[in-house]
Design a protein around this ligand. Structure first.
Ligand code: GUN
Ligand code: ZN
Length: 474
């Protein structure tokens, strides 16, 4: 097992364009413990009339308004969100920005969907202008949906990575992303020419982007089916040799994919799908495995023992007919694996982690594991941050954390208002927001203490004029 990558994430230099102090008043919600291992009421931190104070992009105080307001530096104005909830910015543990334009592509399961829709779109990202326009759209849409950090796949082209980090750094976001590595079983024009070349290209991207602003580089071998053993080894070596980077890949999403991988990596010597990755040095803290729908007991145990994380992508698993994730296995006491929530756009049909949480609840209900509101919001904040080993920086309102937070409006729509305007408990309110919420529910998004989106005052992002940059017609 490799040692933890967590402490090595570079901290951004203190920048003069951070507002010195931001103070917001509202109902504060965050998580001090794991609601999958303890009663939700013990895991939840809730301050009904709270004040959150941020300086230089970090949270410096979170607690009772009456107590904290007296200590505010002179001249600081308090932004009041009295009947609204203030939570950590949502954290997504799995998405593909380069698939924004193929969301809701009809009728296929994973292997055909990749061949027919995904790969033809991803080859377009050799065009820097096209990549930049979609990267801008993606970052704006994350913020409009209250997501302040996401773990993101780019395309195989290095330009696609430059485009995303240029846009996220410009917005001050902590994004975790990397170039897709693959050298077989996709379109010829998009394959890396060799593991050595892929290693070199990625090493250059790490030098260029890791630690720039709040960027974190993620080594990104697509999945075992599109990687030779040499490519998986290159990915494992790249991760090991660049401390502080993260690693992301897909595992055990679709039953036919599992058979295809078994054909390429037979048993023996490989014990199962997770063992394919383990034998190439890809397990450990800071590695996030997306989907994990059909894992066996040994595989869950190895994820636990190595400190690896998992991204639960319920919208995608339903849309692509992949299967029903077993949360109960992931959170087994004594064998807990860190789990986050991922939209997996474009396998998932929405970038909203509130809508994704709603799907997670329904999948849980079918698996006889109905999660409560505290658990659902935990997954979309601290859970994802922990899966990525970024929980010391993001996903919490605890002082010392980076000041990424959102304001949720329980009266965002007439139906939501009708459901939430009674005397309900905070647990019930969180549950309604997780199940019924969407982009309209996100009143405001703050990044590093600065307002980055406001539903009612910021104009919506301009539609991207795609015709100017569109690649060859399919
Ligand atoms: N497995 C390999 N690539 C992909 C992808 O782009 N999306 C999903 N959902 N699964 C994958
Ligand atoms: Zn994916």
């Amino acid at each position: 097992m490799r040692s933890s990558n967590a402490p090595d994430v570079p901290h951004p230099a203190r920048s003069h364009d951070c507002p010195s102090t931001t103070a917001v008043r509202g109902r504060l919600v965050w998580f001090r413990d794991d609601p999958f291992l303890r009663p939700s009421a013990e895991a939840l931190e809730y301050v009904e009339d709270g004040l959150l104070v941020c300086q230089e992009g970090r949270i410096v105080a979170a607690g009772d308004y009456g107590r904290l307001v007296r200590a505010l530096p002179p001249g600081v104005t308090v932004e009041s969100y009295r009947d609204k909830l203030i939570l950590p910015g949502l954290v997504g543990s799995h998405a593909h920005y380069v698939q924004m334009r193929i969301i809701a592509s009809y009728g296929e399961q994973l292997p055909e969907w990749l061949q027919d829709y995904v790969y033809p779109e991803e080859v377009r990202f050799t065009d820097p202008a096209y990549a930049r326009s979609i990267a801008a759209l993606f970052c704006d849409e994350l913020l409009r949906n209250g997501t302040t950090t996401a773990m993101v796949y780019c395309a195989p082209s290095p330009q696609s990575v430059d485009a995303l980090f240029e846009e996220s750094v410009g917005r001050g976001m902590r994004l975790v992303a990397g170039k897709v590595m693959m050298d077989r079983n996709a379109l010829p024009g998009m394959l890396d020419s060799s593991p050595e070349q892929a290693y070199e290209d990625c090493a250059k991207l790490i030098d260029r982007w890791h630690g720039v602003g709040r960027s974190v580089y993620a080594v990104t071998p697509r999945f075992a089916f599109t990687c030779t053993p040499g490519m998986l080894s290159a990915a494992g070596a790249l991760w090991r040799e660049h401390p502080g980077t993260r690693l992301q890949t897909h595992v055990s999403e679709n039953t036919r994919e599992i058979e295809l991988v078994k054909g390429l990596f037979p048993r023996p010597p490989y014990k199962d799908y997770i063992d394919v990755y383990e034998k190439h040095g890809m397990l450990g803290p800071g590695a996030v495995f997306a989907h994990a729908v059909h894992l066996g007991k040994r595989e869950w145990r190895r994820l636990h023992e190595t400190g690896s994380g998992v991204s639960h992508c319920p919208s995608s698993n339903l849309f692509l007919g992949s299967g029903l994730f077993r949360m109960k296995r992931a959170v087994k006491p004594g064998r807990r694996v860190p789990v986050g929530l991922g939209s997996d756009v474009a396998g998932g049909t929405s970038l909203s982690l509130l809508q994704t949480a709603s799907e997670a609840y329904k999948v849980g209900a079918l698996r006889r594991y109905p999660m409560d509101g505290v658990q659902l919001f935990y997954l979309a904040t601290t859970g994802s941050a922990t899966a990525m080993r970024l929980e010391h920086l993001i996903g919490s309102l605890e002082p010392g954390h980076e000041a990424d937070f959102i304001v949720l409006d329980p009266a965002a729509t007439p139906t939501l208002d009708a459901r939430t305007s009674g005397d309900d408990s905070i647990d019930d309110l969180l549950f309604s927001l997780a199940v019924m919420g969407d982009d309209r529910t996100v009143l405001a998004t703050y990044v590093a203490g600065r307002l980055a989106h406001h539903r009612d005052t910021c104009p919506a992002p301009m539609p991207v004029r795609l015709n100017e940059t569109r690649g060859p017609e399919k």
